[in-house]
Design a protein around this ligand. Structure first.
Ligand code: SAM
Length: 285
């Protein structure tokens, strides 16, 4: 009988040891271990701080890290910048470790790690997206990211977004990252009121990501826009008015319309600096 008991006890102990060894609590990821689509390598602390600083991450933000690894980016976003943050991590053990790291860092109330696939989870509500993936994975995610709310900030460690030029290149030590802002879609024709003529002006815009060009038909005359840009939902263009003066429009794009102000000229002290409301309505492509 004692032999059976000893054998059972030994078996139970071995099982327990085995369980302890496999328990997520002791899980230690290995640098370079393969994930579903890309291996695990953590972004260096210095670059994390530089990236989140460049994007002006703050308490109003919801940051998502696509492929969260040990959770260091969502944790930094919450701890250093006061943001709410979540991460999507395909490796179950890494996801559990990341959540534990958030608890240890005292930010579990603002950091959530989801065990899931970045190509399946819905992150469309995030205001900041961070990536440390690969060029081809960024290319696959780009249409989803470009369809996010204008003004969403996007940060990538090392890897670019093809021909979507970054707004900023960020260097930290030997590391490098990129910063983009999702632009509003402004391509097409717009009817514009408030540019100083009784009749409606027609704005024609061509667009590739945040790069914008086009023309304005004002008082029957077509002119090429003198500088146009879109920064998130902010549309900016300059034109010459019926009196030959350079004017500047700053407007906020909201779906099929924009609202803003036309101002200028600047730096001409003897001319009044009047600001006039301007509005636009989308006519089509
Ligand atoms: C290079 S690491 C970056 C980790 C972290 N974002 C950082 O910058 O420190 C990429 C991470 O993505 C995870 N991953 C790979 N494919 C994934 C997928 N399809 N869905 C979610 N996570 C994935 C890997 O397991 C790995 O932890």
């Amino acid at each position: 009988m004692p032999n059976i008991c000893t054998a059972l006890l030994t078996g139970a102990l071995l099982l327990l040891q085995g369980c302890t060894h496999l328990a997520p609590e002791t899980y230690t990821p290995k640098l370079g271990q393969m994930g579903k689509d890309v291996m695990w390598l953590p972004t260096r602390d210095e670059l994390v701080t530089q990236l989140l600083t460049a994007a002006r991450v703050g308490p109003a933000d919801e940051l998502v890290d696509l492929g969260a690894g040990d959770g260091k980016i969502p944790i930094a976003a919450a701890r250093q910048f006061g943001a709410r943050a979540w991460g999507i991590e395909y490796n179950k053990d890494l996801a559990a470790l990341a959540q534990r790291n958030a608890e240890r860092a005292g930010v579990a109330d603002r950091v959530r790690i989801v065990h899931g696939d970045i190509f399946k989870e819905d992150f469309s509500k995030a205001t900041v997206v961070t990536l440390y993936l690969l060029e081809e994975l960024n290319a696959q995610l780009r249409p989803t990211i470009l369809a996010m709310r204008p003004g969403t900030r996007v940060l990538s460690n090392t890897f670019s977004m093809g021909d979507w030029e970054p707004d900023q290149v960020i260097r930290a030590g030997t590391g490098m990252g990129f910063f983009w802002t999702v632009p509003a879609v402004v391509q097409g024709q717009w009817a514009v009121q408030g540019l100083g003529t009784a009749e409606t002006a027609v704005l024609r815009l061509a667009q590739k990501h945040q790069r914008v060009g086009g023309s304005l038909t004002l008082g029957g005359q077509v002119q090429t826009l003198l500088g146009a840009s879109v920064d998130g939902a902010d549309l900016h263009f300059s034109f010459v008015d019926a009196q030959g003066l350079l004017k500047s429009v700053k407007a906020q794009v909201m779906g099929a319309g924009f609202q803003g102000e036309v101002s200028g000229p600047y730096g001409m002290v003897d001319l009044p600096h009047d600001t006039v409301k301007v509005s636009g309505r989308r006519l089509g492509d």
